[in-house]
Ligand binder design. Structure first.
Ligand code: ZN
Length: 380
């Protein structure tokens, strides 16, 4: 919602309160009669509002609205406006005022939902959680409350609860994609691996694959388990598969993959990756070349032949090379490496959040799987 000017804000509140008073006092039917007046509290409230004393204004309006049986919608509208403006304390006051009345169950549920949303907006997650849980036990706003709870558990990194909530949403037929549940299971598996609980982690990863297949993140974790058990070949196979299934991983995992295979096999592994990428997308080829160049010069040196070939085949990279045709390969790659060091590597497709490392969940907008490779060579 765009920022409201103070004047527009005054008008909105005044209009809301006038609306409710009009209903209550039957204005409109009586405009022609003399003697119909605004209640003193309303005028006083308006005065405070205009003089930028919003808390006093709210006091007066709540008092007026208390006397009116029809003020329910006004409460909800006013509370929601306050919340959207970030004035959460006032939104909370409005909704608590409402809950202090004798409401019928559907209205009570709506008021509780609104109050929980206020607490959430205010960052009071524990309070919000308690009320959303209460609301989720009813039928009317069950889905919305569960969805809000899922978001809270994600923010708290409480993956077990997030998973349970996802499953409750699935029973209602309104869960996000199964890949989200698979990510929760991978988060749980990561924690189990950190604790040294390999069998539990394997179980979680199997459950992740049941939620979503293929699921490259689970393969990356299974590669870690294989590596710990000394099964380097299996680890390399799993990781190579994950890189092929999700080329976005190449920056974070190429060095790891090359470490897993013997030194002599490295150029061949890179050639294979490049050949697979060539069939998919030029962007993927570039990403692999950049990831290879981002390795240390010593690690990149044996990979010169496949890197040089990929550069020659890509029009953009070839243009970079041709700008200095006499320069030795090492000089060109050193220049590219220096440019890459100043570049962001990933960007969220949903919100544009840019980062140098890869995130499964965007730190900006909390979307899953939104990160894509985004290398901008800043030529300066
Ligand atoms: Zn994002």
């Amino acid at each position: 919602m765009p920022e409201l000017t103070s004047f527009a804000w005054v008008l909105i509140i005044a209009a809301l309160v006038v609306g409710i008073l009009a209903g209550h006092y039957g204005w409109g039917r009586h405009w022609t009669r003399r003697g119909r007046r605004f209640p003193a509290e309303y005028l006083e409230g308006l005065d405070y509002l205009v003089n930028e004393q919003p808390d006093r204004a709210l006091d007066r309006f709540l008092r007026v609205m208390d006397t009116s049986a029809d003020s329910l919608e006004t409460h909800f509208a006013l509370g929601s406006l306050y919340r959207r403006r970030g004035e959460t304390e006032r939104a909370i006051r409005v909704h608590r005022n409402l809950l202090s009345r004798d409401l019928d169950p559907p209205n009570r549920e709506q008021a509780l939902l609104a109050l929980a949303q206020d607490y959430l907006r205010a960052g009071l997650l524990d309070r919000a959680e308690g009320i959303f849980r209460q609301v989720s036990e009813g039928e009317r706003f069950k889905g919305r409350a569960l969805e809000a709870l899922r978001g809270i558990y994600e923010r708290q990194r409480d993956w077990m609860q997030a998973l349970e909530t996802h499953r409750a949403l699935a029973r209602l037929g309104i869960a996000p994609a199964g890949s989200v549940a698979a990510h929760y299971l991978c988060e749980i598996a990561t924690y189990q691996l950190e604790r040294g609980d390999v069998e539990e982690a394997r179980r979680s990863l199997r459950a992740a694959r049941r939620e979503s297949t293929p699921f490259p993140r689970a393969a990356v974790l299974r590669a870690q388990i294989a590596e710990r058990a000394g099964q380097m070949e299996l680890a390399a196979r799993l990781l190579a598969w994950a890189l092929d299934a999700n080329p976005v991983l190449v920056y974070d995992e190429l060095a790891h993959l090359l470490r897993l295979v013997g030194e002599s096999a490295r150029p061949a592994v890179l050639r294979d990756l490049l050949a697979q990428a060539q069939q998919r997308d030029r962007g993927d080829v570039k990403a692999i070349v950049y990831a290879a160049l981002a390795l240390s010069p010593a690690d990149a040196a044996p990979l010169r032949e496949p890197i040089e070939l990929a550069i020659a085949r890509d029009p953009v990279l070839a243009a970079f090379r041709e700008a200095a045709p006499q320069a030795p390969f090492e000089q060109i790659t050193a220049q590219m490496r220096a440019l890459l060091a100043r570049s962001e590597t990933y960007r969220c497709a949903d919100c544009g959040f840019a980062a140098r490392r890869f995130y499964w969940q965007c730190p900006g907008c909390q979307a899953w799987d939104g990160f894509e490779t985004y290398v901008v060579l800043r030529l300066r």
